[in-house]
Design a protein around this ligand. Sequence first.
Ligand SMILES: O=C[C@H](O)[C@@H](O)[C@@H](O)[C@H](O)C(=O)O
Length: 483
Amino acid sequence: MKAFMDDQFLLNSDTAALLYEQFAKPMPIIDYHCHLDPKAIYENKPFRNLTEVWLYGDHYKWRAMRANGIAEEYVTGGEGVSDYDRFLAYARTVPMAIGNPLYHWSHLELKRLFGIHEVINEKNAPVIWEKANQVFVGSGMTPQELVRLSNVRVVCTTDDPADSLEYHIKLMEEDRHGFQVRPSFRPDKALEINRATFLPWINRLEEASGYEVSDYSLLLKALKERVDFFHRTGCLLSDHAIDTVLYADATEEQAAAIFAKALRGEPVSLEEEAQYKTFTLVYLSRLYADHGWAMQLHIHAHRNNNTAMMGRLGPDTGYDSINTGSLAGPLVRLLDSMENNGGLPRTILYSLNASDNDVLASIIGSFQDGTIPGKIQLGSAWWFNDTIDGMLAQMKSLANMGLISRFVGMLTDSRSFLSYPRHEYFRRILCNLLGDWVESGQVPADMELLGSIVEGICYRNAEQYFRFGSDSASIKVQAEVAQ
Ligand SMILES: O=C[C@H](O)[C@@H](O)[C@@H](O)[C@H](O)C(=O)O
């Protein structure tokens, strides 16, 4: 029997252990997609206790607590419930979560960031709380300290096009944090023409742009200006939630007529929505390609399933699931249209539905163009797939049909400053997979080759692919220009 989560955790062969220790572990982290709050990073207010940093913003943990029968006031907070009560409720939940990645993540978070090695359960809860409090006494633990402690070089947040990027600019001006914080351009509200958020968002865009967006040509102009502004502020990635993949041919005139209808508050049919989205997304992809950005498409989430809880807590609180739906047909036509209208940008395709892995892994091969290694990527196992099985399935699909060696690797996708051990989890699983291939004679024991592939997937591929190489001084110059 192996020891519980020791140095050999998930490393089942000597080769795997060597690859992890020598090549994966020393690599810094590039978190090229997350939902950390740039204001929280800038203000750097210390966390006062373990509950604040561990449980306040993490919907993965909330979901497990609800599944364990914990009442909502202990999950997201409520009158008369102390932070210790919430911590205790989670400590009771963790043992029930064996087999779920949360079980491993939670232990890794305490081990790596607080030096706490107790098994998490109700019995050990008081001693864990006590030990953690020793870390928080005095000046406490700040967001920036947690990022530095995790050896993170780049953090890419997820930002609305109408955002002022005030905190990104301030962080760049200060330029003394030891890591880069870059925005990512996430224009979902511009595309979701049938949602209640659409018209209020147009008003926000008007405020950011300084003029009335009274027709479609002005929308395209405003979006282009926001892309330019994000670019000057260090942005190198965009991101789209594509919950349902749609494709419908449309001319600019048709898209303009649909936009005009929406502005007048008239209903837009599903076919019109598809036309508007297709034309606008293809237009945006051209801008991304022109700026050398990577375009991320996050496909097949089914969101806000529980309307009562959506009303109470809002989105991203643990009420989403995996979507099904037509994928190959519309996606291929969308990518092809982008390719024929200015050229595909660097593109990363993620699906929340693991049964889409092979479909996506084969599609990416149809659009590689020989200009950039791994130009079209199969995105890392995302959200409900961020599990041992999910990561293995994603990496095996990619290896089977493309080049795993060119993979840009893991991200956190998280809202919590404690999530960086998820990279360690991924790296151990990666090294174990390569170790298995060596041990079973499928791959030569060429440590120079394998070591450089591991370093690439853990860090260097992302650095090159996204062009993060520019030092923070040059980002600072860009930020000044941005003002
Ligand atoms: O890992 C889960 C994430 O935090 C999840 O909330 C996000 O992936 C979000 O839905 C998004 O669309 O970007």
